[in-house]
Design a protein around this ligand. Structure first.
Ligand code: PLP
Length: 306
């Protein structure tokens, strides 16, 4: 990871190396925290803009509400902090932004009502999450032995720190087995999402993605659905079974970090042409155009930092 100059901690810009917490920080022990993953891109006019900043910050506040943490900052304050952080770090070539709401030091035990709620925002340069080659040629997925934590036993719609144990176990299993990424099913056996991204497939020219019942409400998924609709591609949200994926014409993942990453193989079955399919490529190009400020219809989703 490439260090930046500052990390925003509870309203102050702290130098990267001094951004530390006590070992008795509540979240370290019991796992109640909420994160975001937001991205800024260099735009076509040479500036830099954060994509869908408001949506990400709102989801952070929503996640914290679901997980019973009162964030001591408003949406506007958190948005301004993210802009300032990128400016002060001179991250004008683009960056990944990681806001974190966590329970701090001072209270132990599970009942967290009196634990302080702290907020940090970090940002750093981060390349393609699933690799540049993955973006061009596609990645290999393994259907996970882990079930995506069901809504009956977790806060599945929250981007909660605790949810990432499930994702981590699935990712580790997949990578150790020689794959790039894991695809998790819900407790009914239907496809839910990947460890950190949403799933799409193309069959007979239609774009199909599972409902958000057992997934994070993904911001990139919505952007891709909007772009597909703009192109006149029919989009269907319905349950998807494992064997249906094996015979898909195309498949891809979406996420702020994953962007639009084609899937070329699932569980030793080659998907479609075994590389990036034509609809995937169109949507991927359209997505990168949007985040780079090339599509005037989506400019309102960009927050320029310079
Ligand atoms: C579990 C999970 N699902 C889906 C996504 C995609 O969400 P978004 O497009 O909002 O980044 C992410 C990434 O944030 C994730 O961690």
């Amino acid at each position: 990871m490439e260090k930046a100059k500052y990390i925003w901690m509870d309203g102050e810009l702290t130098s990267w190396d001094d951004a530390k917490v006590h070992v008795l920080t509540h979240t370290l022990h019991y796992g109640n925290g909420a994160i975001e993953g937001t991205k800024a891109y260099k735009t076509v006019d040479g500036r830099c803009a954060i994509f869908k900043l408001n949506e990400h910050t709102q989801r952070l506040l929503n996640s914290a509400k679901m997980t019973l943490m009162d964030v001591p900052y408003t949406l506007e304050e958190l948005n301004a902090a993210q802009v300032k952080l990128l400016q002060e770090n001179e991250l004008f070539e683009g960056a990944y932004i990681r806001p974190l709401v966590y329970l701090g030091y001072g209270v132990m035990g599970l009942y967290h009502k009196d634990a302080p709620v702290n907020v940090s925002i970090s940002a750093w340069k981060w390349g393609a999450y699933l690799g540049e080659e993955g973006l061009r040629k596609g990645i290999r997925l393994k259907i996970s032995s882990m079930t995506r934590t069901p809504n009956t036993s977790g806060m599945g719609k929250a981007k909660a720190v605790a949810n990432y144990l499930n994702s981590q176990m699935a990712k580790f299993e997949a990578v150790e087995a020689g794959y790039d990424e894991a695809l998790l099913r819900d407790d009914q056996g239907y496809i839910a999402e990947a460890s950190g991204a949403c799933f799409f497939m193309v069959r007979d020219g239609k774009l199909i993605s599972p409902p958000s019942d057992n997934t994070l409400e993904s911001i990139t998924q919505q952007t891709v659905i909007d772009l597909a609709t703009d192109m006149g591609i029919e989009v269907v949200r319905r349950r998807v079974t494992r064997e249906e994926i094996y015979i898909a014409d195309e498949a891809f993942l979406t996420g702020t970090a994953a962007e639009v990453t084609p899937i070329r193989e699932v569980d030793a079955r080659v998907i479609g042409c075994g590389s990036r399919g034509p609809i995937t490529e169109k949507l991927q190009t359209a997505y990168f155009d949007v985040v780079a400020g090339k599509n005037p219809d989506y400019i309102q989703h960009l927050t320029y930092i310079n």
